[in-house]
Design a protein around this ligand. Structure first.
Ligand SMILES: [Zn+2]
Length: 109
């Protein structure tokens, strides 16, 4: 049972990774990327949260991880910017301030 769930999780995870590449690494529709990014991030972290619950870690650990997911989700959304000029994504480590210029074309974000 536990092993089946791990496989399901890996499959979902691969799907999300492929989806992320298709949606955010390719194309130059910045408006669409900006709109979809928070939805995608919240969905991904909900999947992680669901998996944590399924793994049934000790209750204190489970709650710590779930509570931790909330700021991580928020900071991931905040630290990811999409460049108006080239459509590329710029990320900063999520404990730092959001980037102010594009890491690809150096234009201000
Ligand atoms: Zn750029």
């Amino acid at each position: 049972m536990q092993q089946d769930l791990a496989i399901v999780f890996v499959v979902i995870w691969l799907g999300l990774t492929v989806g992320s590449v298709m949606l955010f690494q390719r194309g130059s529709d910045v408006k669409r990327k900006r709109k979809l990014w928070p939805i995608y991030t919240i969905f991904t972290n909900t999947v992680i949260g669901g998996f944590i619950i399924y793994m049934q870690p000790p209750i204190v650990l489970m709650f710590s991880l779930l509570v931790l997911l909330i700021p991580v989700t928020f900071l991931t959304i905040r630290s990811t910017k999409f460049c108006e000029a080239c459509g590329q994504v710029t990320r900063t480590p999520f404990f730092l301030k959001p980037a102010t210029k594009c890491s690809h074309c150096q234009k201000p974000l």
